[in-house]
Design a protein around this ligand. Structure first.
Ligand SMILES: [Zn+2]
Length: 428
């Protein structure tokens, strides 16, 4: 109760009141027989923070999720600890990147005693082949292209459905919402990079993690200090050669990365006369909670902003509302928006409305109906009781999972308010 009042009270006293009423309803409706543990939920373990973020979005509250790498950790050089081995042994499903992104964890995962299903989600994407010391190897940084992310998110959805078929509807809905946002992010990124003058669309980073990003959005990887793994150390000669070519071609800015010590790239900046971009790029990990890169979407958004601003483009913030809410055909999203904003002024930064498609003649005929036929439930997002049940268990458990639960709770309340408003708004 306390945490909700704190997080929401600032914004609108009226909202707080509504929340209080709703919360009261929840708690009184809550059956005490519900177990408060996560019994029955499959244990899913992920390696990289990017994969963890995707799996969280698709799995929602139907899975028990453990992420091994923490934000800011470098997967190339991560050395597993005993706790990781226990997580792997308890897992029903392990989702990892593959293409040797996380060699230490892959080795441990393949050890005896690990019986989980495994999904090398990065390997569902056709890789770029790069030269590494005369050998051709697949480049593991597949998430740089948001279209690849969509493919991988769908692969996670399919694997979760195999793991827990009874949650198919939830996983499908979650993945559809998320990939709709990713599509917006993908086209926005293309537009943003296109604002950089053509001769400046050149990227210099510490390690070679931006090939997919560059190829997808129209940049040239002009140079990197080290290759696709951070295990290597650049030679003094490499530093000098890179600095010289940057100076000769007039690359305006170069970039440090959040997972790597910036000392050497700073040297390159000094020697070449190029500016070091004021923000580091998120390469192999999302940022810490509360940072400007604390989700996959925010990581791509912030990287794009950093690149566009440093290379002389014109940055326009992306506008990806968090949740698409399908409305029964016949509602007026504009009226609903006004009504909602009166209660919760920021609500439209979190959600967006979309009218549900009209049922076809054939679909109506199949139900023996004609004319205006409302969809089964007015608020499609609450099409089952599962959503309500989830809110209840979150309220009950939120002390344990506070940071995560707070945002989920807020979302639950918005959904419930929509239901409430639905009874007051004339659909015609
Ligand atoms: Zn990397």
């Amino acid at each position: 109760m306390k945490a909700i009042a704190q997080s929401k009270g600032r914004k609108s006293p009226k909202w707080q009141k509504v929340v209080g009423v709703l919360l009261g309803l929840y708690l009184s409706a809550c059956s005490p027989s519900d177990g408060s543990s996560n019994d029955g939920k499959p244990n899913v373990v992920t390696t990289s923070t990017v994969i963890n973020d995707w799996t969280q979005r698709v799995g929602g509250d139907e899975i028990e999720l453990t992420g091994i790498l923490q934000p800011g950790a470098d997967p190339h050089v991560y050395e597993p600890v005993p706790k990781d081995s226990i997580a792997f042994e308890k897992a029903d499903l392990i989702i990892y990147n593959g293409y040797n992104l996380e060699p230490g964890l892959i080795k441990m995962m393949n050890a005896a005693g690990v019986n989980a299903r495994k999904l090398a989600v990065g390997e569902v994407v056709q890789p770029l082949q790069l030269d590494k010391g005369g050998k051709t190897v697949p480049d593991p940084h597949v998430w740089g292209d948001v279209e690849n992310a969509i493919v991988m998110v769908n692969a996670i959805r399919d694997e979760l459905i195999k793991l827990s078929p009874e949650d198919k509807a939830e996983f499908t809905q979650n993945a559809a919402e998320f990939t709709a946002q990713l599509k917006q992010l993908d086209s926005w990124t293309t537009q943003q990079i296109a604002t950089i003058p053509k001769d400046k669309r050149r990227l210099v980073t510490t390690h070679d993690a931006f090939q997919y990003y560059s190829k997808a959005y129209g940049l040239e990887v002009f140079g990197t200090l080290i290759g696709i793994s951070t295990e290597e150390q650049p030679s003094a000669q490499t530093v000098r050669k890179l600095s010289d070519s940057i100076r000769q071609t007039g690359v305006p800015a170069i970039f440090a990365e959040t997972t790597i010590n910036p000392a050497l790239i700073k040297t390159v900046a000094q020697e070449s006369g190029a500016k070091l971009a004021p923000r580091s790029l998120y390469s192999d990990s999302i940022g810490a909670p509360g940072s400007d890169g604390d989700s996959y979407i925010k990581m791509i958004e912030t990287n794009t902003r950093t690149i566009v601003e440093a290379l002389g483009g014109t940055y326009t913030p992306v506008n990806i509302p968090k949740v698409t809410i399908l409305l029964d055909h016949g509602y007026h999203p504009d009226k609903l928006t006004v009504a909602l904003q009166a209660i919760y002024p920021q609500v439209m930064t979190k959600i967006r409305f979309q009218l549900a498609p009209k049922p076809t003649k054939a679909e109506k005929a199949a139900q023996g109906k004609a004319g205006f036929v409302p969809i089964a439930t007015r608020w499609v997002i609450e099409r089952s009781n599962a959503g309500i049940e989830r809110c209840k268990s979150l309220v009950k458990n939120f002390e344990r999972t506070l940071s995560h639960a707070t945002s989920k709770l807020n979302l639950c309340f918005i959904r419930l308010m929509l239901k409430r408003l639905a009874t007051n708004i004339d659909p015609k």
